[in-house]
Design a protein around this ligand. Structure first.
Ligand code: FES
Length: 579
């Protein structure tokens, strides 16, 4: 970015000057109340005020170190001549928050936007990492569009159990199935509780957290290399301090997210998503981020990239290493160095340099962890978009984490009308299911869930586990944890709860899946489907009040990013009056 592209701010034109530099009674009160907290008048008069938006909480295990990291950020801000103020934000600890953190992604996005709008701040450092926090913070920052830099929490360190690498999420599901099949004991299961997630940080597999923090870096919203630094590495607080130092420069340069999150940057993120074997959740989040930036992003963009860019990162669940291995192999800059022909290297990033400048000189140190294009982890599409009479607006499958034998499959549907129905019947010995059946879950989408929980990797029925079955075709309008695996068709749109065709699938119907042809087909006569549609009645609204009611009325479909309609459209919101 050249100097001439950079509209510079002066101390008098800082946003916070509207609160602090005026000569009236209100400005007196702002200065008075800030000094009441122990700050000196010179600390905020004409200095850039930096919001350190912190998603720390004591029920967010992936973020438990973010209080300390906020202090590191503040050291950087002070050193660069700014004034940091920590603003707590909703903490979305995946696994612990129910019914699903996805239901609250838009709430955190809205909170981030309004925190920045309503306070006397000139820019922000955003601290997050656990799954939904990354897209939420970015979406909110984009909508407010103050200079912002994203600081990823970092992944937890490697773990081993009885000689084998074990990854958060991925091995929880594997060992759960092994215990239900009688291959490990209940005592083993208890022992695993304390062995698999042994340090601070986000999941150490290529789940949604690792995917989204990496994509934030590819888009240009983190310092170079930031997303690959393990949470417990001493480089992590140093990176935080650097981010605090850098945001002050970004404020004077007026380097806003809208100048960074461009169509080219989003396209770069899609390339990286494929090469990382990243989470299917990233499809929804990238669409939502793009739409906040005013860009339409069609699911076909993912499918096109999936056809040409294979998985290179040999990380669970698509591969067999962990995020710490990825870091030692060179991390994200090294991976991107293998993709330079597919990336727009001229994209600007938060450090004022281009993506190309940031990854120049990056090298891969372990060829088996970050594979060359000629020797990918899997040859098929990392993520594919399926269409057909079940999913006219698209469905998503992570082909790289599915059993290739099932990529082309025809089977009879076993239908569960919702998650409670599935939980009640999945292990019933009388369930009419065999290894060729296709498990269908309805009413688990953005409205139906509500919030589209990660129910898409339906458990294999116990009686089939005992027969050695470890994968089956599963179809739902839900999502799947990025750490999970299996032949799971996800995000079916439109969802069944609003009358999408998934609602009309019945027990015993034949369904055809053909990943190569990107086809998902309900093999039922069109007239019969029309009869079922005519007989279908929309479910009554379930929530009369509260946030769930807001979700039910305003959340969009998965192919549109599952954002709220009132956050993606309409005129810009004016700056608040200061009075
Ligand atoms: Fe937080 Fe997986 S539970 S990243």
């Amino acid at each position: 970015m050249s100097e001439s592209d950079s509209p510079r701010k002066s101390r008098d034109t800082l946003r916070s000057a509207r609160w602090y530099l005026a000569n009236d009674m209100r400005a007196f009160a702002h200065r008075q109340r800030t000094q009441q907290m122990g700050f000196r008048r010179k600390d905020f008069m004409g200095r850039p005020v930096v919001a350190v938006v912190n998603t720390w909480s004591e029920l967010s295990p992936c973020h438990i170190h973010l209080r300390d990291r906020a202090e590191a950020v503040k050291r950087g801000v002070w050193a660069a001549g700014g004034m940091p103020v920590e603003l707590p934000a909703l903490s979305l600890g995946e696994v612990i928050v129910k019914p699903t953190t996805m239901m609250y992604r838009n709430m955190l996005a809205m909170e981030t936007e309004e925190l920045l709008r309503s306070h006397p701040v000139d820019g922000a450092v955003l601290l997050g990492g656990c799954d939904k926090t990354t897209p939420a913070l970015i979406m909110g920052a984009l909508s407010m569009d103050l200079p912002a830099i994203y600081v990823p929490a970092g992944a937890m360190s490697n773990a081993r159990w009885r000689g084998q690498k074990v990854g958060a999420g991925t091995h929880t599901r594997k060992f759960w199935d092994e215990m239900r099949a009688g291959k490990i004991t209940p005592e083993d299961w208890v022992e695993l509780e304390s062995r698999m997630t042994r340090t601070i940080g986000t999941c150490n597999t290529m789940g949604t957290a690792s995917t989204m923090t990496a994509l934030a870096e590819v888009i240009g919203l983190t310092l170079p290399g930031a997303s690959s630094i393990p949470a417990s590495d001493s480089g992590h607080p140093r990176m935080c301090q650097d981010a605090g130092e850098r945001i002050v420069g970004m404020i004077f340069e007026d380097l806003r997210p809208s100048r960074i999150v461009t169509r080219a940057a989003i396209s770069n993120a899609i390339v990286a998503l494929m090469a990382m074997g990243g989470s299917t959740n990233a499809v929804i989040h990238l669409v939502a981020i793009a739409r906040r930036a005013g860009l339409d992003l069609d699911l076909d963009a993912f499918d096109r990239e999936g056809r040409r860019t294979p998985v290179l990162a040999n990380i669970f669940p698509a591969g067999d290493n962990l995020m710490e291995d990825f870091y030692f192999a060179g991390g994200l800059p090294a991976l991107l160095s293998r993709l330079v022909d597919r990336l727009d290297l001229a994209c600007p990033t938060v450090n004022g340099r281009t993506l190309g400048e940031n990854i120049a000189g990056a090298r891969v140190w372990e060829e088996d962890v970050i594979r060359p294009l000629g020797r990918p982890v899997s040859a098929g599409a990392p993520i594919a978009i399926l269409r057909g009479n079940i999913s006219p607006d698209g469905a998503v499958i992570k082909a790289s984490a599915a059993d290739p034998r099932l990529a082309r499959h025809r089977g009879r549907a076993v239908v569960f009308r919702d998650h409670a129905d599935m939980t009640a019947r999945i292990d019933d010995p009388a369930l009419p299911v065999d290894a060729d059946s296709i498990l269908v879950l309805q009413n688990a989408g953005p409205v139906g869930g509500p919030g589209m929980p990660e129910w898409g990797a339906l458990p294999i029925p116990k009686k089939l586990l005992a027969q050695g079955v470890r994968d089956m075709v599963r179809i739902s309008d839900a999502r799947m944890s990025g750490t999970h695996y299996g032949t799971c068709v996800l995000h079916v749109a439109p969802e069944s709860h609003v009358g999408g065709p998934l609602a009309f699938v019945r027990d015993g119907d034949f369904i055809e899946l053909d990943v190569e042809r990107r086809r998902l087909h309900l093999d039922v006569d069109g007239d019969e489907i029309a009869r079922r549609r005519a007989a279908w009645k929309p479910p009554a609204p379930r929530y009369a009040r509260g946030y769930a009611s807001l979700v039910e009325r305003h959340i969009g479909q998965a192919n549109l990013g599952a954002d709220f309609d009132f956050l993606t459209a309409g005129a810009p919101i004016p700056e608040p009056d200061i009075y």
